[in-house]
Design a protein around this ligand. Structure first.
Ligand code: PGA
Length: 267
């Protein structure tokens, strides 16, 4: 049997409460017969839609995550949301370090580390996003950037918490409407670097951390990307925001993955 594949989407600052509810209802219907032994799904809506999203997804196969979180349990942090608040709501996953948080809002690796540490201490799964900018790629330091983001982002996390960690590799230059999808070879090379670093940081346990790819995933590249040996899942933006489009992308790419597995086993 192959690995369990992860498929998720960050809804960014797009869908409000009613759109999120409708989207999730459609997605649950469409993907209802997906084998949850083989595929794990998660959606990360805006804060205001979290409670409704959790209610809609109760008892379903879809996990709900938050796009951000402050590391303190409570305090004088106007405009921030604490782990305690998200726990009370029933959120199960916290994302930290999305490229838009790092590059539009100026978040640092040290801040991502505080968020990740706090998330695992509060019992959440924690998804750390990493990725180099176009300039860093041009300078030839993409791998160094990933290493730095991973070493600082996961600094001080104990081995017993490793099972709560996920990583998404999202090259900044590949994300969003102006993004260019990278070649599959490039993705595989960077994922191998990430996996090697996770092994450096956590030893054998680090091999268990799933590494997803995100950034301009679409219907024409998903099948190839998911069959790459070091890709454990896809983190999809635009191509996932319509439920039937996301369902199609998941089914087609999982099919490609299973065919590749089959071919591998008869070799
Ligand atoms: P995109 O977004 O698939 O629309 O490029 C990816 C992301 O930001 O996670």
């Amino acid at each position: 049997m192959g690995k369990k594949l992860l498929y998720g989407s960050n809804l960014k600052m797009y869908k409000g409460v009613s759109d999120t509810k409708q989207y999730l209802r459609e997605l649950i219907d469409a993907t209802g017969n997906i084998n949850s032994e083989e595929i794990e799904m998660f959606i990360i809506p805006s804060y205001v839609a979290l409670e409704s999203a959790i209610n809609v997804c109760k008892g379903s196969h879809i996990k709900i995550g938050a796009q951000n979180m402050h590391w303190e349990t409570e305090g004088q942090y106007t405009g921030e949301i604490s782990p305690k608040m998200l726990k009370e709501m029933g959120v199960s996953l916290i994302m930290a370090g999305h490229s838009e948080r790092r590059h539009i809002f100026g978040e640092t690796d040290e801040e991502e580390n505080k968020k990740i540490k706090s998330a695992v201490q509060h019992g959440f799964s924690a998804l750390l996003c990493v990725g180099e900018t176009e300039k860093e790629k041009e300078y030839g330091i993409g791998m160094e950037v990933l290493k730095k983001q991973l070493h600082i982002g996961f600094y001080g996390i104990s081995e017993s918490d490793v099972e709560k960690l996920w990583v998404a590799y999202e090259p900044v230059w590949a994300i969003g409407v102006n993004g260019t999808p990278p070649s599959a070879e490039y993705v595989e090379k960077m994922h191998q670097t990430i996996k090697k670093e996770l092994y450096e940081i956590f030893g054998e346990k680090g091999r268990e951390i799933p590494v997803l790819y995100g950034g301009s995933v679409n219907h024409s590249n998903a099948e190839h990307l998911i069959t790459l040996p070091s890709v454990d899942g896809l983190f999809v933006g635009r191509a996932a925001w319509d439920a039937s489009s996301f369902d199609k992308l998941i089914r087609e790419s999982q099919h490609a993955y299973l065919c590749a597995q089959n071919e591998e086993s008869i070799k």
